[in-house]
Design a protein around this ligand. Structure first.
Ligand SMILES: NC(=O)C1=CN([C@@H]2O[C@H](COP(=O)(O)OP(=O)(O)OC[C@H]3O[C@@H](n4cnc5c(N)ncnc54)[C@H](OP(=O)(O)O)[C@@H]3O)[C@@H](O)[C@H]2O)C=CC1
Ligand SMILES: O=C(CO)COP(=O)(O)O
Ligand SMILES: [Zn+2]
Length: 353
């Protein structure tokens, strides 16, 4: 008897393009959302996006409440939940980078309340995904959360954000190559749940981004368009899979461990990019695609070495040798690398000198 079933949760409206910031109110109307919104934002996104969007709402006769969070912590999620209850908010609008969107996602999951995702940086592929990541004890990886009801991505705002945020988003996408390799390996060795559609979409997203690398240049609004579409496509892959597997393998374990060992040193996307170079080497050896990944990262100005990440060589080795422990996710790292092997892969790929 056939007993499989799946439930794929995706946004209803995805609005991308120049100046669409002013369409958030129309999106709310289209979704038939009523009542008072709570904007969840962080300091810079508050200035560049939340304040003008609040003015649009006020012009439409809706007075939003605003909460500004500084860090992605459970205290911040708690503060958003308390504010939503105190202000009798009917829905949330996450406005910012990964931090603000993840906090809005986690809070909306808890409150059983819809939320909109309004990215101000094309820096990560959680813009549209049903995953939220907030550090919890020693863990840094994402967990299941509410997907947004809608995404409104204004390419004007995204293109004005610091260039390194966009290169971080590109690197988060390029890392899909190794994430999918790990997923297929885990399917073969551990029979983990696997979706060919999600894997193919994730790989194709990375390919399209790399094929369009010459359009990804500072100050070019088309870059924000190309990268944001890729970030959303990767988010769809995660939603189809019902996990972050299509976009997160050993390179993400490495990055999550760096977040613990060297907090705030580098952006998520940049760390996973460097992790992806080493992971590709582990998968394919010297004849594998690690040089292609390194060159793709370099072509869009993303870091390819520990020094460019601002992280010292010994921290890279520590992260490589311990990151398999942080999550129950089988990858090319297997049951862990010893120090000699870690030094070899990091040296051969030029990540450390
Ligand atoms: N849920 C998921 O599926 C995924 C989640 N993530 C998570 O996302 C986070 C990474 O996202 P990231 O965006 O790098 O993190 P942040 O939200 O911390 O943003 C990085 C920096 O960019 C600033 N910023 C944001 N927008 C603008 C803008 N328009 N102009 C100027 N500065 C801006 C922020 O300012 P300020 O400090 O003022 O806020 C912050 O300093 C990680 O926590 C990661 O775990 C990553 C991938 C997937
Ligand atoms: O960053 C992500 C995908 O790019 C989410 O992956 P994690 O589940 O490892 O946090
Ligand atoms: Zn990521």
């Amino acid at each position: 008897m056939f007993e499989k079933s799946t439930w794929i949760r995706l946004p209803r409206n995805v609005v991308v393009g120049h100046g669409v910031r002013s369409e958030v109110v129309d999106v709310i109307d289209d979704l038939h959302l009523q009542g008072r919104p709570l904007f969840v934002t962080s300091p810079t996104p508050r200035e560049v996006a939340a304040a003008p969007i609040a003015a649009d709402f006020e012009a439409a006769g809706i007075e939003p409440a605003i909460v500004t969070i500084e860090e992605a912590t459970f205290d911040a999620v708690e503060r958003v939940i308390e504010t939503a209850e105190a202000e009798e908010a009917a829905y949330l609008v996450g406005i910012g980078g990964g931090k603000a969107i993840d906090i809005a996602k986690m809070a909306s999951h808890h409150l059983e309340m819809g939320f909109l995702s309004v990215p101000t940086a094309a820096s990560h592929d959680g813009i549209l995904s049903n995953r939220g990541s907030v550090p919890n004890g020693d863990s840094r990886h994402s967990v299941a959360a509410e997907p947004p009801l809608a995404v409104v991505a204004d390419t004007g705002i995204l293109a004005d954000a610091p260039w390194e945020l966009t290169t971080a988003g590109c690197a988060d996408i390029i890392s899909n190559y190794t994430a999918v390799m790990d997923w297929r390996l885990a399917k073969r060795l551990k029979d983990v749940e696997y979706s060919e559609y999600a894997a193919a979409l994730s790989e194709m997203t990375a390919e399209i981004l790399v094929d369009n690398a010459d359009l990804i240049r500072p100050g070019l609004e088309e870059s924000a368009w190309v990268v944001t579409k890729a970030l959303m496509s990767s988010g769809v892959a995660m939603s189809i899979a019902g996990s972050s597997r299509p976009a997160s393998g050993a390179e993400h374990l490495f990055s999550h461990q760096l977040d613990r060992l060297a907090p705030g040193a580098a952006l998520h996307g940049h760390q996973v990019g460097v992790g992806s170079i080493m992971s590709a080497y582990l998968h394919g050896g010297d004849r594998g695609i690690w040089r292609d990944i390194r060159d793709a990262l370099a072509s869009i100005d993303a870091p390819t070495t520990a020094a460019e990440l601002g992280i010292d060589d010994e921290t890279v080795i520590e992260a490589l040798t311990t990151c398999h422990e942080i999550r129950d996710r089988y990858t090319i790292l297997g049951d862990g690398m010893n120090e000699r092997a870690a030094r070899e892969v990091a040296t051969k790929t030029g990540v450390i000198s």
